[in-house]
Write a protein that binds this ligand. Structure first.
Ligand code: ZN
Length: 221
């Protein structure tokens, strides 16, 4: 069944999710924690629509395939088609903000990186993108003032601030639209702050986004 993005007021987006466009290394500290250089151009990749699942439901992780890491990210819902957009057009097309987990099979990714191969097997598997409902936006928020957190079993592990992004939300979405047309119903993930780690089996996850979004969920096999 296709995944349909939802708003926090219960409305469904009129179209199913098409694709999830993501950025690697959009926070300097996270690039450093994985031993990667800080990029001059965003490193982009795509998770397929089949990787999207609800974050409110228990999060099923494919532990049989290796270490599964959590990456907590600000997610954007795209409401209008964008091709070669500038930052102002990109900003106007964002109709909702939420949270996502960019689940990553870290051992698999390390092997693929070593061999110079693409990352899809590590980041595009079914269920690799648990997504929250989206807070509807009437106008663009102050992106640099946004913040979000993840607590694992009651302990805060990640704390992201919009102000720490290497590429701001409008710049990032504009750059993505120069490589891939963004269509209504597409979702953008904006990169993870430092603190990524292994997802423990059975853990309780609590996520919060400034603006009032709070989610409690659980990890299952
Ligand atoms: Zn990520």
């Amino acid at each position: 069944m296709p995944f349909v993005p939802r708003f926090t007021d219960g409305r469904a987006f009129p179209q199913p999710l098409g694709k999830i466009v993501c950025v690697g290394r959009n926070y300097a500290e996270h690039a450093r924690e994985l031993g990667n250089p800080v990029p001059r151009q965003p490193l982009l990749f795509i998770k397929p629509a089949t990787s999207a699942v609800s974050l409110e439901a228990p999060v099923a992780a494919p532990f049989r395939r290796g270490d599964v890491h959590f990456e907590t990210e600000l997610a954007l819902l795209v409401g209008e088609a964008l091709t070669d957009a500038d930052a102002a057009e990109a900003e106007r097309a964002i109709v909702g903000i939420g949270l996502a987990l960019d689940l990553t099979l870290r051992d698999v990714q390390a092997r693929l990186k070593e061999q110079g191969q693409p990352w899809e097997m590590a980041k595009g598997f079914d269920g690799a993108c648990p997504l929250s409902a989206f807070l509807p936006l009437d106008e663009a928020p102050d992106w640099s003032a946004l913040s979000f957190t993840l607590a694992v079993n009651g302990e805060e592990r990640q704390h992201g601030h919009g102000a720490d992004m290497l590429f701001s939300v409008p710049e990032l979405v504009a750059e993505m639209s120069r490589h891939f047309t963004l269509a209504p119903g597409d979702v953008v993930l904006t990169g993870t702050p430092a603190g990524v780690g292994e997802l423990p089996r059975g853990a309780e996850l609590r996520l919060a986004l400034s603006g009032g979004l709070r989610i409690t969920t659980r990890v299952i096999d």
